[in-house]
Write a protein that binds this ligand. Structure first.
Ligand code: PRP
Ligand code: URA
Length: 209
């Protein structure tokens, strides 16, 4: 699949297995989602451009490489994307954080937007949308549409579990968006839930039902 990257690192797969387990409670679920996000941030930022600079060590000058002034932004989709923010910020603390509030109408499965607050300079930033679940793809496609309408041109999507239907839907509308995920599952069920998935990510993170 073009523009889809599945992380097969053992630590990522192990932690993903733990969050799928229905016996994993909210506290552990939250901790694991944060750890997964940190590990995935490491991979997602692999291609950031470097520039050569000079620093002075106690022994003398050294030519070293540092990230070259790339402006990053992370954009969690509320609610469940919030669980991925701290892990990302641990690795890229200078990233700005925007928020897009979307929920899926349970009958139509269409995304309903209820909140949007973004950094003013999104058009200059490399943006990473965060949402643990890519199911029908409606929410992610809508989030990309919102960011593009504000001038963003460089957008990635990072999720934990994707359904084939969601990947196809996002890429049909936004083929330029790279999708990073820890797993591509089998399918959606008749309620639009990912099978086997992990259930409702927001409810499992925040202990709601
Ligand atoms: C979940 C999830 C995604 C969306 C994925 O959110 O966090 O945002 O569903 O489904 P889709 O790909 O079919 O759009 P939900 O609508 O349950 O809202 P919540 O995070 O507030 O619980
Ligand atoms: N949203 C979730 O939280 N889980 C799914 O499986 C699908 C949508």
């Amino acid at each position: 699949m073009n523009n889809v990257f599945v992380f097969d690192h053992p630590l990522i797969q192990h932690k993903l297995a733990l969050i799928r387990d229905e016996n994993t409670g909210s506290k552990e679920f939250r901790e694991l989602v944060e750890e997964l996000s940190l590990l995935m941030a490491y991979e997602v930022t692999r291609n950031l451009p470097l520039e050569e600079v000079e620093v002075k060590t106690p022994v003398g000058p050294a030519k070293v490489r540092m990230i070259s002034g790339k402006k990053l932004g992370i954009v969690p989709i509320l609610r469940a994307g919030l669980g991925m923010v701290n892990g990302m910020l641990k690795l890229i603390p200078a990233a700005k954080v925007g928020h897009i509030g979307l929920y899926r109408d349970p009958d139509t499965l269409q995304p309903v937007e209820y909140y949007c607050k973004l950094p003013s300079d999104v058009s200059e930033r490399e943006l990473i949308i965060l949402d643990p679940m890519l199911a029908t793809g409606g929410s992610a496609a809508k989030a990309v549409e919102v960011l593009k309408s504000k001038g963003a041109t460089n957008i990635k999507l990072m999720c934990l579990i994707a359904a084939p239907e969601g990947i196809e839907a996002v890429h049909k509308e936004h083929p330029d968006v790279e999708i990073y995920t820890a797993a591509i599952d089998e399918k959606l069920n008749s309620h639009g839930y990912i099978v086997p998935g992990l259930g409702d990510a927001g409810d499992r993170l925040f202990g709601t039902k």
